[in-house]
Every structure is written in C-alpha cells, then in structure tokens.
Design a protein around this ligand. Sequence first.
Ligand code: MSP
Length: 665
Amino acid sequence: MAHDSTFYITTPIYYVNGVPHVGSATTTLLCDALARFHRLKGERTFFLTGTDEHAQKVADAALIAGVPAQEFADKVSGRFRECWEYLNISNDDFIRTSEPRHQAVVTEVFRRLQASGDIYVGKYEGWYSVADETFFRESEVKDGKAIESGAKVEWVSEDNYYFKLSAYGDRLLAHIELHPEFLQPETRRNEVLAFIKGGLRDIVVSRRNTGWGIPVPDDPSQVVYVWFDALINYLTATGWPGAASWDSLWPADLHLVGKEIYTRFHATLWPAMLMGLGLPLPGTVLGHGWWLVDGEKGAKSKGNIPTPQEVVTELVSLSGASPEVAKDALRYYLLRDISFTSDAEYAQSHLLSRYNADLCNKLGNLLNRTLKMLSQYAGGVVPESGAERTADGTLATLSHEIVQDVERCMLAFDPGGALASIWKLVEAGNGDIDTTAPWKRHKAGDTQGVADALYAALEAVRIISILLTPLLPHVAEVMRQQLGLSEMPLGDWAHETRWGGLASGMKTLEGQPIFPRIDTKTNSQKQKELTTVTENTLPPPPPLLDVPEAPPAPTYITIDDFAKIQLKIGQIVTAERVEGATKLLKLTVDIGEETPRQILAGIAESYLPESLPGKKIVVVANLAPRKMRGLESQGMLMAATDAEGHAILLHPADPDAVRPGAQVR
Ligand code: MSP
C-alpha cells in the first residue's frame, strides 16, 4: 500500500449515456474482488465507484430522450447503482459528479490551479470527439475520424481555459522511472512513456456552457471539461480538502480502468493535475484490455454486448442454478478470462463452457463427492485427528503453496491468476480422491484410511472456500454452509487459510449440487459445441459414486438462437393453386426485397387463393430454399393450427403500420 492506513481502490466512473453491460461490470467486479480480499486480510478498505454525468454525450442522449439532462442522469445513474447491487458489489461509496460535494471540489481545484498559473485563458481551434469526449490533434485525425478510436470528430473554435500539461512531462517521466509499480502492466507503461516523450501539449479544460456541466469559477460562460471534472472524483470521495481524515484515504492505492482511458487521462493528465495541486500520486494505475464481441469492442451503443442481468437470467434458465449462483458464475468467467495485456473475446459459449467444465464438473463435483462420501462412510462427521494425520500429505503441501500463490496474485491485482491457481487445488482435490479411492478402502474395512482421505479432501474444500470468498462470495458462503461452518465467524485470511482448521466431530450437511449441469442434449446447437469442449477436457466421472444428479435443464433456447431466425413482414402479391397438390398454394410475397419471393405454403385447405393478395403476413426469411413438386420455395409463412388442424396465417395486428420487409422480433 502507498500508505499504511486504508486500502483505497477505485473503478472509473461510468458515463450515464447508456446502461451498464458486462464490460463495465468487469472493471467493477475486478475491484470488488480486490476490495473484498483486502477486507478479508483485516485491512481497512475503501472501494469507490460511481457515475460521470457532465459529458456532452449525456446531454445529447437526454435530448434524444426528450427529458432534462439532470433527470436523465438521475435515471441512468440509478441503473448503475441497481446493477452493482444486483451483482453484490461491495462498494463503500457511490459518487455522482452532479452531487454538490463534487462540484465544490472541482471548483476548488480549478481555483487553486488558476491561482498557481497552471490554468490560463486561451483560444482553442481544433478537433473534438463527442464519443470519446477528447480533443485530438491534427495528426491524430484522419478522414474526419479519430485514428485511435475511429470515432467521428468535429471542428470546434472556442475561447477556453487551458491547463499547462506541457510543464509536467519531465516530472512525470521522473516519477514513472522511480516507481516501477505506478503504471501497470508494463506494455501500457511503455505506451505512456512514448506518449509523454512525444511531447505533451497544454490541454483545454473548459467548454462553452450549453447548460450542462460545472461552471468555471467566476466565468459562467464556460463549464469545466468533462474529463477534468471526472478525474477529480477520486479526490472528492476522500473529503479533500476540508475533512480531517482525507489523507487517511489519499493517495489511492489503485485506479483500475479500461485501456482506452489509460494513457491520456489516468496516466498523464490526472497525475499532472495532482502534481499541480501538490498532492501525492496514486500507488498504481492499472489498465485492462477490452471484451471484444466478434472481434469488435463490446459497447452498449453498438448493441453487441449484454447486460449482466440478461446473462444471469439466461444462465439460470439454461442451468437451473439459483440466480445468486449464476451471478457468481458470471463473475468467474469475467474475472478469469479478462486480460490485462490484450483483449479477450466475450462469448456466451465460453461462459457456458467455463460453467460446465470448471464450476460444475470440477468444483461442484469435488464438493458433492466429498460430502457424499463423508455421509456414506462416516455419518457426515469430520474424522478424529484429521488435521495432524494429514498435515504432511499431498493436499496439505499443495494447499500451502496455493494459498501463497493466490495471495501473491491478489496483491499483484490479478484475480484471474488467483482463480487459475485455486483451480489447481480443486483439480488436485479431485485427483487425490481418485488416487486414495476411499470407496475401496471402505470396502476393505480400512476405516483410518477412509478417515484420512476424507479429512484431506474436506480441508482442501474448506480452504478453497476461503480462497474463493473475495472472488465468488456467494458460492464460498454456500460451500461453508454445506461444510456446516456457516455459524462460525470467519476469521482473517492468515488464520483461515492454515491447514487443519476443520475441527474433528463437526457435522457437515448433506450436500446439494450448487451448479446443476447444463444439459447439452436438450439445449441448442451452441451447447452441442459445448459438449465437445467439456467432454474432451473432463476427467472421467468419479467411480462408484452416487452423486445426486442435477435436475434436467428446461428446454429453452437462448436469445442468440432466436436471433438466428429472420422473421419479416411480407405482403402477398399473387396466390395460385399448384397442379396436382391439394394442400399447396404457390405465392409470391413482397418482403421488401427487389423482387417478391416465391413461397409454397400448405394452406390450400384453409384459404381461397383469390382471398390472399394484399394480405400482410409473417415470413421466415432465412430458411434455406427447398424444392416441392419441382418448384422452389424461398421461405415459409408463419401459421397457427386450428382445432381441425387447418393452417391459420398470422397477421400483424395493425397491418397499415408496417411495411413489407419490417423485422419481426
Ligand atoms: N466516464 C469515463 C471514465 C471517467 S473516470 C474518471 C468513461 N466511462 S465509460 O462509461 O465509457 O466506462 C469506461 C470503462 O468501462 C472502461 O474504462 C472499462 O473499464 C469499462 N468497459 C467499457 N467497455 C468495455 C469492454 N468492452 N470491455 C472491458 N471493459 C469495458 O470512460
């Protein structure tokens, strides 16, 4: 820690022009895991998140929604708060840049930097990207777009206030040199070094006041530039400058952010502002990569990335797991697979694969089979003197190493590495049971052998539950419940991770599967792929064990499966009988394409051909063409079946409101 009083960790504050998605949730969950870890270590911890409200794109979104900007910001900020509550995020504060406490601090910072000469008046003429809320130089723009992000730029010409960023290049370089832990990972530090060495220019820190933002002190014609305003939130939350205890929080130990806001803002502008104020710099600024969806950055504006609620709901319906378990399964996937050094592809199939392979088949299996055997062979009671008898065994030795490695990962801000390490212990637990084969020992009457094997497995499970406490808090709690430990107060990390903590004579509960297996047979094609992945990577099922079977998963399809079906409004142009076929009609249907489609439909017993032209109906537009009676059918009409089995066509309720080709969802 940069100071010894409180571990202070922050997420970026999120723009309120769109709702939270699994990308924003990832940064928040990473911070949550780290904050929970430090609390478990017994340290005072302060975890801050919140919303960034004074962006031009927020004002634009409010305009489109037809509500005042503040009302819009209130609403969307509320969505972030709800989403973090839904995900059991343990933040200690939630800051909004529209709060008076923040406005006061921004005003104070502006005044102080004006007084010291770091902020001065100038005229800006150049490019601005609203999507990035960033000023760009000529060399950073090509064909009307910012090269870095591909976002559209506009030319602005305004009288503004400038911050003397150019004066801080050398001091920043010196600080980075002296504090190798300051900018992480190393690749991003190198990017920052190149950015600063390329020459820093003074930066515009105000914009014309169009009614949204914090007014520049004594100049209401201007508002503070949104990034200058936003970065200060980290300081506001400490109570600076007035609160007596602000310096027990400041400097922050960790600012965790996505890579697009790393170099320019968190690693350059913010530290320079702090230097200007004479305040110490944060301990570490850490940047992670993006979730890509089909190779592109996942963003709510593109509609290509789901919300956490959508993912959890789907996982619950596919697996039958409880919502709280599904939330932890999402945590597991996001924390395990996000990368700090590169980008990662977000895909539902990867999540499901992690769920079945790692959670259900490895962790769930270890817990279930251990408790099941304990109940079958030892009445569910923790064996006598297990702690001493197993202290030098394979699992005890490995567990000691894994605890150290997990601690190292968490101190290095790497929850994904910690999970990978914990799973080595999970796998070893399963492997140890396979080798010690308590069922064989039981058959052979080796009571002591059974007791030792089971104690070792149980103790490994208990330690795993402790290691998982900051990472998968609900799952860890359920594991402790099943081990019969939920009434026992949780001690601190060092105490709880020591081998032998499970007391002899304690009664465990009959385990219930936490992660019902996703039944790949009753689910869609996507899960068929999943079967291949998991079956290939799985160890053989545990022998001789009567592990309770998961209830069959309901036969739902996913929204992605549904999205594969293209439904469109069609308008029937012509209809005629097909010679020699009693049921078929040959139709031509306009579905908004250049020429109408020829579609054969089995509706001749329900409709006279002459009654059909002009009718609007629903067409499956991406069905592979097929031949019937020598004629090609290029689609299918949607119809219900009446009591006599006749086809009844589906029509839009308000046919005049929709054109041929309109999408049906
Ligand atoms: N308001 C600024 C931050 C100001 S901090 C003083 C901002 N907000 S944002 O709403 O755009 O959120 C950006 C953050 O959300 C990213 O830095 C990252 O942490 C997270 N993510 C948004 N999309 C993401 C992905 N596709 N993948 C991973 N994280 C993503 O920038």
